[in-house]
Design a protein around this ligand. Structure first.
Ligand code: F6R
Length: 241
């Protein structure tokens, strides 16, 4: 793992954005794995600005998102379908036909089949990840098999609590998701992890220094040969090395 720690969050995000801009300019038809949640928002803002400044184009880019809540209509403001449109896709020149998000509204087995089949026809170049405070990646919660492929998962109590900040009440947070599996994530050529804030420090410590164990899903990333980790100093504060 290549780990970089930043004093300044703006610098962290502009560094990651520059990485993407260079990558896309070198490979305009790159296949990008994308994430939702709070973590990638400043990255997406930087990329939108770079697009508006004529520094990058997404017209030949293909994307695959990690996950989606089960049961939220696509029009719900917290669906990841909505999130991606509002935080990124509506503001850049991407062809929406080339964007893929697992379906939270199809019959679940059908949704799994459709997504796995789309994934199997593509090789993700760069997969972006945030990390849950409990060490989840995608919505693969602690205890998920490292061999998992696209699946329906029950969200952990801690995840429901973490994500309730986006909803009017905790009762409104969906309890299930459809997510790329851990094996799917590990298939990407390269993985970029961003973590900021003190509430990620324990998970970051275990991801980087802990044993590789299904109780901390992100620890599997130690076994991937090309992982770039971008941390602010709070998220890095418990690292010992
Ligand atoms: C989002 C995802 C999740 C988040 C994680 C961190 O698509 O797959 O694993 O990356 O829950 O969420 P935030 O960024 O909101 O702290």
């Amino acid at each position: 793992m290549n780990i970089q720690v930043f004093e300044d969050k703006n610098e962290l995000y502009s560094t990651v954005a520059e990485y993407y801009i260079n990558y896309i300019n070198q490979k305009p038809n790159a296949i990008l794995g994308l994430a939702t949640g709070t973590t990638p928002i400043p990255l997406y803002k930087n990329l939108i600005q770079a697009y508006k400044n004529g520094r990058v184009s997404f017209k030949d880019i293909t994307t695959f998102n990690l996950d989606e809540y089960i049961g939220l209509p696509q029009t719900h403001k917290e669906s990841y379908y909505s999130f991606m449109r509002h935080q990124l896709f509506n503001h850049i020149d991407i062809n929406l036909n080339n964007t893929h998000i697992p379906s939270g509204i199809l019959e679940p087995n059908e949704a799994i089949k459709v997504y796995q089949s789309q994934l199997s026809k593509h090789q993700i170049d760069v997969q972006l990840l945030g990390i849950g405070s409990n060490g989840h990646i995608g919505f693969n919660e602690p205890g998920t098999s490292f061999e998992s492929t696209t699946q329906i998962t029950q969200l952990a109590e801690s995840t429901i609590k973490d994500n309730s900040r986006m909803f009017d009440s905790i009762e409104e947070v969906p309890t299930k998701s459809i997510t790329m599996g851990i094996k799917d994530i590990m298939m990407a050529n390269q993985i970029i992890v961003i973590a900021t804030g003190l509430n990620k420090a324990d998970a970051v410590l275990k991801m980087i220094e802990g044993p590789v164990n299904e109780s901390l899903p992100a620890s599997i990333l130690q076994k991937h040969s090309n992982v770039l980790v971008f941390l602010d100093k709070e998220a890095a504060s418990k690292l010992t090395k």
